[in-house]
Ligand binder design. Structure first.
Ligand code: ADE
Length: 235
């Protein structure tokens, strides 16, 4: 699986994409991550990637041509099933199931916007516009790193034990992962639940399942189709 990221700040992403399991997977050749400087695809002496919006308004917009030239250059290098995503706060919300389906592709091309966004004509050249949450970042770079990390984790051979993605939050059920504990068995009066020390795996599984649902109910009731505000408004 190959990831290509088009950005005006390739350096900012370099280190982040080299650490932990991503770094290991890249070193092992399981995934390939290529960073591309968007300014390489400009054709003016000032290497301009932004301009003023038609119709007026505050701030600058990213121009469409450098992105499209970048996409075409990358497409010429990557064979097979490739998807092109624009990271933007106007996109649809990223889900675990997106990461799982992108992990089956040959390539993902990620476009990082900055400033007030990208000329809307970019939508003719992309497959999807993705947001990582209902807040506005200074640019799409951190969002692209999120997409690479979430997708790479779902790519076979990236996470050592396949088991450890199956116990993830959101893996196959709309719920959070179970709370976990490690040594010591007691810290400042806080004990690890006895069942986890019991060695009884059926009981441990049942305990974890119940705790996972409890945590989901507390922190993400909407995943269970519940609206706690509405329920408390109604008494
Ligand atoms: N760029 C700026 N904000 C963003 C967000 N929330 N998601 C994806 N890209 C973004």
């Amino acid at each position: 699986m190959r990831f290509d990221i088009l950005t005006i700040f390739p350096e900012a992403l370099r280190e982040l994409l080299n650490i932990g399991i991503l770094g290991q997977a890249r070193a092992a050749g399981v995934i390939d991550v290529q960073l591309h400087d968007l300014r390489e695809y400009t054709d003016d002496p000032h290497r301009l990637v932004d301009d003023r919006p038609y119709g007026g308004g505050a701030g600058m917009l990213m121009k469409v041509e450098p992105f499209v030239r970048g996409i075409e250059a990358i497409r010429a290098e990557v064979d097979g099933d490739v998807r092109i995503l624009l990271l933007s706060p106007q996109g649809r919300a990223l889900k675990q199931s997106d990461a799982a389906s992108w992990a089956t592709l040959d390539g993902l091309i990620l476009l990082c916007g900055r400033y007030e966004g990208v000329d809307e004509r970019i939508t003719a050249f992309i497959d999807d516009e993705i947001s990582i949450g209902d807040y506005v970042l200074a640019g799409g770079e951190t969002a692209a790193a999120v997409v690479v990390e979430a997708t790479a984790r779902m790519t076979p051979g990236v996470v050592g034990k396949y088991d450890s993605i199956q116990s993830d939050s959101f893996y196959d059920k709309p719920r959070l992962g179970a709370p976990q504990y490690t040594r010591p068995p007691e810290f400042r009066g806080l004990k690890v639940p006895d069942v986890l020390l019991s060695g009884d795996h059926a009981k441990i599984d049942a305990f974890r399942e119940a705790e996972a649902w409890k945590k989901t109910m507390k922190n993400r009731p909407e995943l269970l189709g519940l609206n706690l505000e509405e329920m408390s408004d109604n008494g």
